[in-house]
Design a protein around this ligand. Sequence first.
Ligand code: FAD
Length: 383
Amino acid sequence: MTAERDEIAVVGAGLAGSLLACFLARRGYPVAIYERRPDPRTGTVERGRSINLALSERGLDALRRIGLDQQVMADALPMRGRMIHPVAGGPRFQSYSVSGDRAINSISRGALNNALLDAATALPGVRVAFDHRLVDLDPATGEMTFETPQGKVTAVAPVVLGADGAGSAVRGQLLGHGLLTESVDFLDYGYKELTIPPLGGDFALDPEALHIWPRGTSMMIALPNPDRSFTCTLFWPTHGTASFASLGSPAAIERHFATHYPDLPPLAPNLVDDYQHNPVGVLGTVRCDPWQVGGKVGLLGDAAHAIVPFYGQGANAAFEDVVELDRCLDECADEWSAALPLFQRRRQADAEAIARMALTNFVEMADKVASPLFQLGRRVEHA
Ligand code: FAD
């Protein structure tokens, strides 16, 4: 059994890693979080990278357990239904509940991450090493190597938890040592973020809705932000005649949106600039097995089971992971070699279920038009 005072290493100070540190510190563990980026609380936000997300009850439950729900919800914008924007005609509202009072919450991802980091670092025994990119891991000894601005440094921990996202370096290390298999199903769809700024100081669209422009083989959504802007996310194939790559000039971009999303251009004065300069993000489903090795190295959140975002549940699932791992540690009296396999047994079927539902929900959100989505994907398998 790991002595309670041994410092646990968490790789990744994203949503899962910061929350996990809070839960582990509550159990009395010293925690070292290693994060490849600089401290996000002092830096600037990366352009066009998922600045808001929908937080639902599953995620809120985890925040409630560490007393952070009210602080986070103070800046949340409840979305009580979908607002469907057809090509022609006005938008139609579809409530998420019969009573109309149930909602999912639009949250700033950066603010949520910062709140979790503040909460983690306020707890005794938690330290964060920013600018530390994990590049090597010995799963047998727990020795880690990081690239930092000062050069390579090493650290060792009895338990190393990979919360380092879809492209997890921890998972990559286990793969490299022949200790797990993985498959990554990339969609031929990508996403690009566009902005609808406030209009006359107010929201340009109804802020109590998740806005959807269903277009069959493409789709756009928009979520409100506390500064009264909306972040739109356009999902579209990355290549082909109708794809992100097909709009090569400002005129082509303007023409495309005027034809397919006619209510957007009047509300999005920076549309062409956003389109030309914001990156196209990739979308994929990560599956791997096992999620842990020897009770010493474990994976959670996107590192274990990244999913496509069409159900808005990736972060919620990552938060549920943390709650479940905490429960497993309770049940196993902090015996990591029992708790980590139990955690995988409890969570893997759920992760697979939401991965499939998320893929299916693209078809639902894109108005149930038969989508070539499943044929267009590309699978990369490693064993
Ligand atoms: P991440 O948030 O990716 O955090 C990983 C951290 O690890 C990062 O800080 C990264 O810098 C760090 N890291 C990576 N590699 C290394 C390394 N080698 N060494 C050290 N540190 C490293 N989820 C929802 O619940 N609701 C939504 O509405 C929603 N919308 C989404 C929309 C889009 C367009 C996308 C792409 C995703 C969306 N998600 C949503 C999913 C959600 O963003 C992820 O599931 C969630 O961020 C996963 O958290 P994580 O902590 O596991 O990984």
